[in-house]
Design a protein around this ligand. Structure first.
Ligand SMILES: Cc1cc2nc3c(=O)[nH]c(=O)nc-3n(C[C@H](O)[C@H](O)[C@H](O)COP(=O)(O)OP(=O)(O)OC[C@H]3O[C@@H](n4cnc5c(N)ncnc54)[C@H](O)[C@@H]3O)c2cc1C
Length: 417
């Protein structure tokens, strides 16, 4: 008898869980309340960039306060009374230490390399048509303080098995001529890839379906059904039960409520980000050869098929998809300082999505402590696409073997108990 698993949530994490569970022989049903890739997985920056230190770092708080003072800066916290957000911010601050950075790197660096290996493998083996390019990306700086910070980050990453390469402005411009003459320098990260995130999720979901996963869209899960302390399946908003031996909650920032009902408080906040896609051409986006992250403004510029995606900003304004136009427009305004040929053409797409941000900067993957048979896979923050396949494989290990590589225990939800 195969293990019956219900995966809740059809983003990159849920679809990856469903795919790897099925690959390992589970009998899988995937339930998505909207359509596949309806959440953050649809329009993110499309970079697979592993091995970086978490957002929680020494010096982050003064930097955040400075950014908050600038209404067009990359960070925004909507003023409101929200006890969950207050607790989250306090917990985030507590984790801004060197020791925490090192603890995160010990788990995240090898997990990131595993993620890249699985990306290479699944894209090739399943012939996924998602524009996967394994050519790395540039971290681009215009100012000395940013360059100093970028070098420091590269040192941390290098100490954990990656190969970042420091470059001066001329070297960067030789590979990416669209960069402005006043770009000072930056870092080349070779262990990275780019792809179209929506196409990746849809292609992987298609392969999961072909392999036998029962994919159901438009099914809103209201609660996990528990009998004698053990998961028995889920109940939908229309009152139907779907039976299972194991339930996987991969509902992004919406996982809180489902977990809370099972007695676990997950410190996850929605971190809103935006994208603007501009077509490649005169008066629009220059034909970028290389994906670039614009260091001072944290804007990602990712070349995709026929357009460049400008993505970024981190906005804590609750569980909503309200778009703040000045923040959206700031993406291309900021990018123009680094890419002077960037014109004012009409965007092909404008979008926002909610990153599931864990307060300590680590994803939350593993069994919930109080109910047998419930696994959670969320809190991937800015790295959900990057860590999707590795998370899927890890969830399959938990669900089918019960045992996992001890390094990945750092991601367990038990750390919040
Ligand atoms: C602007 C921006 C840029 C980013 N760039 C990158 C990047 O370059 N690289 C990277 O690695 N990451 C990036 N990210 C982060 C990444 O997009 C997220 O971490 C990732 O998409 C999270 O995936 P998820 O599957 O957990 O959540 P989601 O994609 O949000 O999926 C959750 C799904 O669960 C469904 N759901 C919720 N509740 C229920 C329910 N009760 N019943 C059924 N279904 C339910 C939702 O409808 C949704 O489809 C970026 C994010 C943003 C916003």
């Amino acid at each position: 008898m195969s293990t019956r698993v219900v995966v809740v949530g059809g983003g990159v994490i849920g679809v990856s869980c469903a795919y790897w569970l099925r690959l390992r022989g589970a009998d899988v049903t995937l339930l998505e309340r909207d359509r596949l890739a309806a959440g953050a997985s649809e329009g993110n920056a499309g970079t697979v960039s592993a091995g970086h230190p978490p957002l929680n770092r020494p010096g982050r708080l003064p930097q955040a306060l400075k950014q908050l003072a600038d209404p067009t800066g990359p960070l925004y916290v909507a003023p409101r009374w929200d006890p969950d957000l207050m607790r989250w911010l306090a917990d985030f601050a507590l984790h801004c230490t060197d020791d925490h950075v090192q603890a995160c790197m010990r788990a995240m660096a090898p997990f990131g390399l595993e993620a890249l290996r699985l990306f290479d493998e699944v894209v090739a083996d399943e012939h996924l048509a998602c524009g996967y390019e394994r050519q790395g990306y540039f971290d681009v700086c215009r100012t000395e303080p940013a360059l100093k910070g970028a070098r420091h980050e590269a040192d941390i990453v290098r100490a954990h098995g990656y190969h970042p390469d420091l470059m001066d402005g001329d070297t960067l411009r030789r590979t990416e001529p669209a960069l402005a003459p006043d770009v000072l320098g930056g870092v080349f990260y070779p262990e990275a890839a780019t792809l179209d995130p929506y196409r990746f999720v849809m292609e992987l979901a298609g392969r999961a379906g072909t392999r036998g996963v029962d994919v159901r869209e438009g099914v809103d899960v209201a609660e996990v059904v528990v009998r004698s302390g053990k998961a028995a399946g889920v109940r939908t908003a229309t009152g139907d039960d779907v039976g299972a031996d194991v339930v996987v909650l991969a509902t992004g920032p919406f996982s809180l409520e489902l977990a809370r009902r099972l007695g676990t408080r997950l410190p996850v906040q929605p971190g809103k980000g935006y994208h603007r896609d501009l077509p490649v051409g005169d008066g629009a986006a220059p034909p970028l050869r290389m994906a670039c992250v614009l260091n001072e403004t944290s804007v990602f510029c990712t070349p995709m098929e026929g357009f460049v995606r400008f993505a970024g900003t981190m906005e804590f304004s609750g569980l909503n998809h309200e778009m703040r136009r000045p923040r959206l427009e700031q993406l291309t305004r900021a990018a123009r300082r680094y890419l002077p040929a960037l014109g004012e053409a009409e965007p092909l797409s404008e979008w926002c999505g909610l990153r599931p941000m864990a307060s300590d900067g680590l994803p939350i993957i593993g069994p919930l402590p109080d109910v047998e048979g419930v696994l959670v896979a969320t809190g991937h923050g800015m790295l959900g696409l990057t860590l999707g396949p590795a998370t899927g494989a890890l969830v399959a290990d938990y669900a089918l073997d019960g045992a996992v590589d001890t390094r990945w225990r750092a991601f367990s939800p038990e750390r919040f108990a």
